[in-house]
Design a protein. Structure first.
Length: 148
């Protein structure tokens, strides 16, 4: 249980760090989660529609529209027509938002990377397996069951 409690403490601290970033930049914590989702999709070479973004964040259509509008007003995202299907509108993160995030989160990411350099491949595989397993378990807890 000690490791589970440490993981919970890490999650709380990361949430607080993210909330500080949101507050400093006139955003809601959900805005930060949206930017992370957009950057992750971009890194993976995946398109992101507003509908897909809303589904990832657990937002309804109106909430998603308000979120994208808010981020667009802050110049953190832009809506663009899909080059392959002009009927589809994609949401893309602006490079300035990426730079803003790197400026704030970069030192923490750098410290985490430095910590990981102290682990061998076997240990890294164990850490990776544990974190991915917890992530999947948390995602499964949010999914409706067959009975309801």
């Amino acid at each position: 249980m000690e490791i589970v409690h440490l993981l919970r403490a890490v999650a709380v601290e990361l949430g607080l760090h993210s909330a500080r970033f949101a507050s400093l930049n006139g955003m809601h914590p959900t805005d930060v989660r949206a930017l992370i989702a957009l950057m992750d999709a971009s890194r993976a070479g995946q398109d992101m529609t507003a509908g897909r973004l809303g589904a990832l964040l657990g937002l309804n259509s109106a909430g998603t529209t308000a979120l994208v509008d808010r981020l667009e007003r802050l110049a953190h995202v832009r809506r663009v027509r899909d080059g392959r299907d002009r009927r589809r509108v994609l949401v893309e993160v602006d490079e300035r938002a990426v730079e803003l995030g790197q400026e704030f989160f970069g030192p923490l990411i750098g410290q985490a990377v430095e910590l990981l350099k102290g682990y061998d491949e076997r240990e890294l595989a164990a850490v990776r397996g544990f974190l991915d397993g917890v992530r999947k378990a948390a995602a499964d807890q949010g999914r409706p069951t067959a009975s309801g």
